[in-house]
Unconditional design. Structure first.
Length: 364
């Protein structure tokens, strides 16, 4: 089915009407019309406000993985040292991506149901290994967890690590990221999660220190960040910009700012709490360990005993609810409720939990 009455997939989320309207226009050639440049600049400012940064924000054509690669390829050379904090699939994957580029990678790893707590091991590793870059995933979407930015940002400052790279694809717009306060040099975001926009653009905030490294590395592949340093001033983008996608992203960012940033974050918290309370009432266990921090944007739930994922999923869909499964070691064992962006709504959460209750009751 193309569309479900109760959408709860943790990205891509349902597009709200203003986003659909903005993306669905017969735009001209982005590289010829100054109206496009105005839109790009406006979208950059809106994203910077949402991320709480004075840094430039690059908006690229592609989805989240594009900026994950862009940040690594634009800043690393073979032999550069990277500490990759891994508390989930994406954290581990980023470490592998950096290693694939020839970086010397040290993993600070925890099981996928945990979040970074005590930072002693990380601090020791920074002192001894002296990395050029620390990577971390803020919200591990497949696990429904949220890692702490403040502590790692503090270590970055204290030990003068040149680059703090944060995958915040499924947290930006749903919870506070505070890029400048947390000393994040590269904060990576996707349009299709809390921004409620089509999966055709992704963005990355770049600190002054990161720009200097980007200049020095001088990477010039398709996903290179360097050309974006001057793209607006020279009105010369490295490829035809995605006007439709950026218009959708702009509309999604505007919705967040019109609602109010803190109000939007509070809405995500309220809906997440509601989902977790209802799940507990149904005796459904959450995937994150009891002392892990859960993300306000996604809830990962252990599949109830006696159920196969395929059957459970089919029965939810038959009642109009679509949720996410999970990946890697969680595949077939965990399902996820994506209460992010347009889907962080009490009426959607309530309908979703009613369907889950119904399905369990019928089998029971
Ligand atoms: N990082 C995280 C934490 C994600 O959840 C995702 C997608 O689910 C990505 C990166 C990759 O984004 P995309 O699928 O848009 O390429």
């Amino acid at each position: 089915m193309k569309e479900y009455p109760i959408p709860m997939v943790p990205g891509p989320v349902k597009l709200p009407a203003p986003v659909l309207a903005a993306a669905n226009v017969n735009y001209g050639a982005a590289d010829l019309e100054t109206e496009f440049l105005d839109l790009y600049n406006e979208t950059e400012s809106a994203l910077a406000r949402i991320m709480k940064t004075k840094n430039r924000v690059v908006i690229a054509s592609g989805e989240g993985m594009l900026v994950l690669w862009a940040g690594l390829k634009s800043c690393l050379r073979p032999g550069d040292r990277v500490i990759a904090i891994s508390t989930g699939l994406f954290g581990e994957g980023i470490g592998r991506m950096a290693a694939g580029l020839g970086a010397e990678v040290r993993i600070i790893g925890l099981p996928y149901d945990q979040t970074l707590g005590d930072v002693t091991e990380l601090e020791e590793a920074i002192k001894e290994f002296r990395p050029k870059m620390i990577t971390m995933v803020h919200c591990e979407t497949p696990s429904g967890t949220l890692n702490p930015l403040e502590e790692v940002g503090r270590l970055k400052r204290e030990y003068e690590v040149p680059l703090f790279y944060v995958d915040a694809v499924s947290s930006i717009g749903g919870t506070d990221v505070s890029v400048d306060e947390n000393s994040i040099d590269l904060a990576l975001g996707g349009a299709q999660k809390c921004l409620s926009a089509p999966p055709s653009t992704a963005f990355i905030s770049v600190s002054q220190g990161a720009w200097e490294i980007i200049d020095e590395i001088d990477y010039d592949g398709y996903d290179a960040l360097k050309p974006f340093r001057t793209a607006q001033e020279s009105f010369y983008f490295p490829y035809t910009p995605n006007w439709h996608g950026i218009a959708g992203l702009n509309a999604g960012a505007k919705l967040i700012l019109e609602e109010g940033l803190e109000e939007c974050f509070a809405r995500h918290h309220t809906v997440a709490d509601y989902c977790r309370t209802r799940l507990a009432e149904m005796d459904l266990g959450l995937f994150p360990a009891p002392d892990a921090v859960q993300s306000p944007t996604v809830t990962a739930v252990n599949l109830p005993t006696g159920w196969e994922w395929k059957d459970f999923d089919a029965r939810l869909r038959a009642q109009g609810l679509v949720v996410g499964g999970s990946y890697g070691p969680m595949a077939g064992k965990v399902f996820r409720l994506g209460h992010m962006g347009s889907q962080a709504r009490m009426e959607i959460a309530k309908a979703a939990l009613d369907v889950i209750g119904n399905v369990l009751e019928r089998k029971g």
